[in-house]
Design a protein around this ligand. Structure first.
Ligand code: ATP
Ligand code: MG
Length: 365
């Protein structure tokens, strides 16, 4: 709505989605499998916003602001390499969308503190990243912030990896509670009917792909930027081969029957496109039919390199002199589009919560 109360964000008939990435490093195959592949598929049929969650990167990297800035740009290079089209999808910089920060504050009032701390993704992150009891106040706050990231866009669906499902559950709780407390939506209304009954926020769905969690080359943990177990989108063919060779299976010999639920076979299933070959490899491996891990790894590396080759070519178009400035232009354009929508959401939310005392319009970008 504009200050005078008329809608300004041109409501598209396409379903709206929001998802994003934290600039804690560049992107890897886990991002491709868990989220970006899906984004590329749906960007022409959905209204897409992809958020660069740079504020959230400060939760664990407050002393590394220069790296956060560099990683933010690198992630966009990865997006473009992977086939995200900035004309169709709005690539958005979180720190330049003030409505998200304002909504975070408001939503923090709707969530019991202990409910936030019970979030299993936060608990796992605290453990895996060795944060102990020294983490910043902003660390648990980022889980609340993520509810604002999604709801500011009034997204109906969020393509994410499995680890994000608890965050989505929290977001759904905030949407329901906001709609019930401030918009008079009765408590027995189904999630998909909240907006019809006057709620500001759709209760969004998590869109988890077929592979919600790609393992890292340590064969143990989720592939993750922060854990040093990732094959990066920008890795060279040689680096890919080297890293694939490191995938840990614990298997000793080519005649030992292997476990096809291990990390290596997750890579086989995710990256070897010839399904007959996948079935053949599985059969031989599980019987220990003279097939060594080294042989399988060579096929996996070849398949990953076939996937990454066109991405490397596209990436090259956004490298070199002047390319950072071009990328910043792309982000600025996406953020402008996002701000039109998010300011509208903020106004609706403030109106519902009795926080709108006079019209305001910010000049953004
Ligand atoms: P960090 O280690 O800093 O948490 P990350 O590698 O987990 O980084 P995020 O920025 O937290 O990456 O995640 C961005 C998106 O990519 C989320 O939707 C997340 O679920 C998805 N994702 C990240 N890693 C994987 C993975 N290994 N498998 C599937 N999806 C993943
Ligand atoms: Mg993560």
């Amino acid at each position: 709505m504009s200050a005078s109360g008329t809608p300004i964000a041109n409501p598209s008939s396409r379903p709206r989605i929001l998802t994003g990435d934290t600039p804690t490093g560049s992107l890897h195959l886990g991002h491709w499998i868990g989220s970006v592949r899906r984004r590329v598929e749906i960007q022409s049929t959905h209204e897409c916003y992809f958020l660069l969650a740079n504020m959230h990167a400060f939760t664990t990297r407050v002393e590394e602001s220069a790296s956060i800035r560099r990683d933010t740009i690198e992630i966009v290079r990865d997006y473009l390499a992977m086939g995200i089209d900035p004309e169709q999808s709005a690539i958005t910089l979180q720190s330049e969308v003030p409505a998200i920060a304002e909504l975070t504050f408001l939503f923090a009032m709707l969530l019991p503190f202990n409910r936030v701390m019970r979030n299993p993704t936060l608990k796992t992150e605290i453990e895996l990243k060795g944060l102990g009891d020294k983490f910043a106040f902003g660390f648990p706050l980022y889980a609340v912030g993520q509810t604002a990231d999604i709801l500011a866009f009034r997204a109906v669906s969020v393509p994410v990896g499995e680890d994000q499902v608890p965050h989505l559950e929290l977001t759904r709780e905030v949407a329901r509670r906001f709609n019930q407390v401030f918009c008079g939506v009765p408590t027995d209304i189904e999630d998909h009917e909240h907006v019809q009954h006057g709620g500001v926020f759709p209760v969004p769905l998590a869109d988890v792909g077929k592979v919600g969690r790609l393992m890292g080359i340590d064969g143990k943990n989720k592939m993750s930027k922060s854990l040093g177990n990732a094959i990066m989108i920008a890795d060279s063919a040689k680096e890919v081969q080297k890293k694939v060779n490191k995938i840990f299976t614990g298997r000793q010999s080519p005649t030992e029957p292997g476990d096809t639920s291990n990390a290596l076979f997750q890579f086989v299933e995710c990256f070897i496109t010839d399904q007959a070959r996948v079935a053949e490899l599985k059969d031989k491996y599980s019987r220990g039919d003279n097939i060594g891990d080294g042989h399988i790894k060579a096929e996996v590396a070849e398949a990953i390199n076939a996937l990454l080759a066109p991405m490397r070519e596209r990436r090259a178009m956004y490298e070199g002199e002047g390319s950072d400035a071009r990328i910043i232009d792309i982000i600025m354009d996406g953020t402008r589009r996002a701000n039109r929508l998010c300011e509208e959401t903020l106004l609706m939310a403030k109106q519902a919560a009795g926080l709108r005392f006079w019209p305001r319009e910010l000049r953004l970008g």
